[in-house]
Write a protein that binds this ligand. Sequence first.
Ligand SMILES: Cc1cc2nc3c(=O)[nH]c(=O)nc-3n(C[C@H](O)[C@H](O)[C@H](O)COP(=O)(O)OP(=O)(O)OC[C@H]3O[C@@H](n4cnc5c(N)ncnc54)[C@H](O)[C@@H]3O)c2cc1C
Length: 456
Amino acid sequence: MTPSKESAVRHFYHQNMYRFDTAAQTYWHHITPGPDLPSLVGEHAADVAIVGAGFTGLSAALHLARDHGIQACVVDAGDLAWGASGRNAGFNTLPATKLGLDQLFDRWGTQAASDFLAAQHEGQLLVDEFCDSEGLQIRHGRGSYMVAHAPSAWRDLQEEFAVWRRYSRLPCRLLTADAFADEGHGGSEQFGALHIESGGGINPLAFAYGLARAALRHGAEIYTHSAVTALHKERSGHVLQTAQGRLRARHVVFATNAYPAQAQPAALDRRLLPAISNILVTAPLSDECWASEAYQTLSPAFDTRHLLNYYRRLPDNRLLFGARGDLTGSEQDGERMRQALRRALARKFPAFSDAPVEHYWRGLVSVTRSMVPAMGETEQGSGLWYAFGCFGNGVNTMPWMGRTLARQIAGSLPTPTEACPVFQGLPPKLPSGNWLQKLGLRLAYSRYALLDQCAR
Ligand SMILES: Cc1cc2nc3c(=O)[nH]c(=O)nc-3n(C[C@H](O)[C@H](O)[C@H](O)COP(=O)(O)OP(=O)(O)OC[C@H]3O[C@@H](n4cnc5c(N)ncnc54)[C@H](O)[C@@H]3O)c2cc1C
């Protein structure tokens, strides 16, 4: 038995953020019944072991089992979709990068950047097609709005529109403040909007449960409350250890994104930075309340801040409102972020300032030094696969990357979008030491906050 290079990943934030034994308390969990799944007990074997039952892992399992007849076994440390997949805002938007489109095209060239955008759109369609084929009634709104939060942001948005028109074939429209108030919303921070017409809003937990049910139906296995604590290599393949069981497989997919497994291969260490994103959901608001902000659309929206606010009207007349922030993950700082979200909500929509908040939760998104997502095999023939780094844009990206990994493992010929160099290879390592990485994040947040304050 040869031990593979293993690493013990130290948690980046307060332990609150990693309580795998505690069910996530989100609005989605409140409205979405989920399946009960067993833990991994005893000896198991599969062709492919998948660590993490979120969009990536579940999509990989579904496509392996359904499209390639390959036996897949998923294990998660918490409940099904315990991580970001069950906690996100459900925006099926694009693109998954912190680069502007012009930067993306400058850095990667026309072909690769166009393929990247095409892949992102394929991800959106994958979500739509899956919902259609499974009869999931979980989509709301058409496309998403990028809303200018200040007059200077409106000027920038007009340039952004020109860039979208130049580089992307996706349908998009620029709307003045009046035009957007007619179909979107009003409010004190509304100076016009850019409408990207693909995608929309989904219930992300219902989507994850749908992926899981389909994967199980096609013969995949899924085990919850089964944290992988060690990984080693034997002649026949990799062996994953959990508290009560062992799983042998020729291939292992690390689908843990911003919640890196304790026992991931050393090659994956320091490749991503987790950032905290926070969401509140109000009680249902009255028709008068919505009318006083001229708020009509169910399409997701986000503003033009660098530290953006994202929000959507939910079908049961609640408002979901979110933003990134906080460098600790502690309970006190969680409370501080909840208050900060309330203030931001009241600033944007004064009529909602007294709205009772019924749900508040947080989760981790992943960012990379390359500013784009990454997927592949740690080295050719290692049988150790990864996909991560979608910059809080995982609803379309991660199911697509899960499917792509499934196809790569099955030996399918890659399509041009799957072979797109933007995704290939591991991003450069981050500096060692969590404190240094946190310092980088702190500096980035401070810079963004300053830029946002300067926008007039
Ligand atoms: C608050 C918030 C809002 C967001 N909003 C949006 C949005 O509106 N639109 C959008 O596109 N994206 C959004 N995102 C990002 C999106 O949710 C993620 O990119 C996506 O869900 C990642 O999917 P995943 O399957 O790769 O990882 P995850 O869903 O995070 O799954 C990783 C899983 O790995 C498991 N795991 C970790 N360690 C182990 C171990 N040792 N053994 C076994 N299992 C382990 C975890 O329990 C977890 O379930 C948001 C994220 C957050 C946190």
